[in-house]
Design a protein around this ligand. Structure first.
Ligand code: FAD
Length: 372
């Protein structure tokens, strides 16, 4: 039997595991946390993933997600514009979404190990994966789907790890009275906050902020009062909502730099291969789609008699990844510059309001087409 090891069980790793396992591979997926768990994420998912998930018999509709068809953007000082979302999306917590994919993978026979990977070495055409419980696993194929930043990036001496990233992310679940088909993006100095309905009667409220904002104050809530509340829409939202978590989920060192897709035959997918800026709301779709492209590339070059053609597989994966995602990631980095500053965000919101075709163009540049 052909074996593959996947490190990281977010949407990229889970998708890849499901496809490889259902096509004859025995997959071992190593995840350091136990499902279900919360993650920092805005929880708006582009509808482009729906035909693919349906083709796998993964039914998100059973989790009662919100249907999101409008986008509204507010500037730092509170100017507002609203536009329909051409393809639309759905709101669903990662707690539920990742758990759904985990259960699906488990039913197919994917073997899960809940440990932290501490090292990866490639010698004599075999990966040796060391776990925190001193176990060492071996496999001809190893996939790094461990997200935006991990201890392993340092072990592997990946270049982006040594450049400090100035962003942190904060996420809450709330109950509020916002429209249930809208995703709203509120700007503040040095960041932006997304809010949308998810399953049941809950909303996800998640923001990205420059770390410098936090350094000026004693903690997250003082930063929110002093910086986020300058946008009147955010002040109203925070003051008129019920916060469900005792403490927010927080992550830091979020990097949007270019990353490598293959290093010493280790194959990267999802955020570990490259992360789109969150205001595009497309990271989850890219994670799922890149897991799919990687699994298909592996399957195309796994031959019954001659084994795996590593070089052709890596070439095909890089080609398909670049074709599908590199413009989206570049566009995301450029669009992020239009927000998070009082004057620039005011101008951007006014311009987007006056020229809806520009808004549609930007949404198109940062989203993909529905795929199967
Ligand atoms: C503030 C913010 C808001 C966002 N909002 C949205 C949004 O609204 N819509 C959207 O589409 N995208 C959004 N994103 C992006 C989205 O969350 C990511 O693109 C997506 O989660 C990537 O999935 P992944 O599978 O690559 O990584 P992850 O979901 O991060 O999964 C990686 C997994 O690897 C595990 N792991 C890490 N290191 C190890 C190790 N050494 N050993 C074992 N396991 C390990 C982790 O525990 C984790 O479970 C947002 C991101 C941020 C930061």
């Amino acid at each position: 039997m052909k074996n593959a090891i996947i490190i990281g069980g977010g949407l990229a790793g889970l998708t890849c595991s499901i496809l490889l396992q259902s096509k004859g591979y025995q997959v071992t997926l190593i995840e350091k946390k136990k499902y279900p768990f919360h993650r920092v994420c805005g929880e708006y998912i582009s509808n482009e993933v729906l035909p693919f998930l349906e083709s796998l018999n993964i039914r998100v509709s059973e989790l009662n997600p919100a249907r999101l068809i409008h986008l509204s953007v507010t500037s730092v000082s509170g100017k507002i514009m609203e536009t329909p979302l051409p393809l639309g999306g759905f709101g669903l917590s990662r707690y539920k979404f990742d758990f759904l994919l985990f259960e699906h993978a488990q039913k197919l026979g994917v073997q899960f190990i809940f440990e932290k990977v501490i090292d990866i070495n490639f010698t004599e055409n075999t990966f040796k994966i060391s776990l925190s419980n001193n176990q060492i696993l071996e496999s001809a194929i190893a996939i790094a789907a461990y997200g935006k930043r991990s201890n392993l990036d340092q072990k592997l001496k990946r270049q982006f790890f040594y450049r400090r990233s100035p962003y942190l992310g904060v996420k809450y679940h709330i109950k509020t009275d916002l429209a249930n088909n809208l995703i709203r993006l509120d700007n503040f100095t040095g960041g932006y906050c997304g809010v949308c309905k998810i399953e049941d009667d809950k909303y996800s409220l998640c923001y990205l902020s420059e770390t410098a904002n936090l350094k000026k104050y004693s903690g997250i809530s003082e930063m929110e009062e002093q910086i986020l509340f300058k946008n009147p829409h955010l002040k109203y939202l925070f003051n008129n909502s019920e916060f469900i978590f005792e403490k927010p989920e927080v992550i830091n060192e979020i990097s949007f730099e270019r990353k490598t897709l293959v290093e010493d035959h280790l194959l990267f997918c999802g955020d570990a291969a490259g992360m789109i800026t969150p205001l595009c709301g497309n990271g989850m779709a890219i994670a799922i789609h890149s897991g799919k492209i990687l699994a298909e590339s592996i399957l195309s070059y796994t031959h019954k008699n001659s084994g795996l053609n590593r070089l052709l597989l890596e070439k095909e994966y890089i080609y398909r990844w670049e074709k599908e995602f590199s413009i989206r990631l570049k566009s995301g980095r450029l669009i992020q510059k239009l927000f998070g500053n009082k004057h620039v965000s005011n101008l951007s919101v006014s311009a987007l309001k006056s020229f809806p075709s520009v808004t549609r163009f930007l949404v198109k540049k940062t989203h993909g087409k529905a795929f199967i």
